[in-house]
Write a protein that binds this ligand. Sequence first.
Ligand code: P6P
Length: 342
Amino acid sequence: MIRKRKDIVTLEQFIIQQEQNFPYATGQLSKIIRDIVLAARMVNREVNKAGLVDIIGLTGDINAQGEDVQKLDIFANEQMIDALFKGNMVCAVGSEENDDFLIKEGSRGRYIVLMDPLDGSSNIDVNVSIGTIFSIYRRGGLDEALTKEDLLQAGTRQVAAGYILYGSSTMLVYTTGNGVDGFTLDPSIGEFLLSHKDIRFPKSCSIYSVNEGNYRDFFDGTKEYLRYIKRDMESPYSSRYIGSFVADFHRNLLKGGIFMYPGTHQRPNGKLRLTFEANPMALIAEQAGGYASDGRKRILEILPEDLHQRTPLFVGNKEEVLKLEEFIRNSGYGTSTENLND
Ligand code: P6P
């Protein structure tokens, strides 16, 4: 069906409509979203031709996580930082690719952006979808120097969060606290068009996403939950795991599902980062009627101690995540005392 002109809403038009609906909005947040989208267009161009030019492959560097850094990681990180600081709205950026915060000296910008510039990058050279994840916070007073309390805020303090998925199509999904909306890039006109208005998790949860290769190392509660959802039943769950968080999360958001990156005996805090991955996706999940937990408590209420802090993550349909919490509660959460989220 050819969509009539009136049905086509660009991201720009949507932002203007939103600002009209919320008169108190200063438009600064929208400007940051635009800056992020500019960087995403540059990343998208390189991702789409990654197989053709010498931009795939490792730089030989190791990032703050001790992971090999792919060239597109660096490119995405640089594009995002450049667009955000040139936009003048942002005074500090925390990135999975940088050990510490990047502070724009003397900036009057009111906002702080935390991001994973290219999540799932280990999948780049096998052509699996990857993504950019971002969180936006507001700083405290403009006159005081930036403090640790400005830079490391609980997820409930996010004023916006979103991701760009570089997949079969390129999508932007974000929230400013008034629901979740999705935009698909039309490459023929270079515009992100509103394609998924007011996204909500489906009522039923039929998908679970977890790397079962780690099963033997899971804590009892996680194992018992997995046994529970695999029991004989009329409508069994499907197991879907891409190994690229943005792609797994996005599919579950649209089709209904629970994503799990549990803590294990080897890695009690799991693998995903609280600030760059768990918090933004937790806000999006809750805004879409879902929920995100570390297995015992709401992700958004965890006060980060460290920019690169990891957390166990269970996110998706609210009832499903609450059920998982019940299994963990009844079986006792891992024995580790190393969990930073205590
Ligand atoms: P594993 C990709 O490296 C990533 O950070 C996430 O995108 C993904 O969900 C996870 O790691 C996959 O980790 O240990 O299952 O390969």
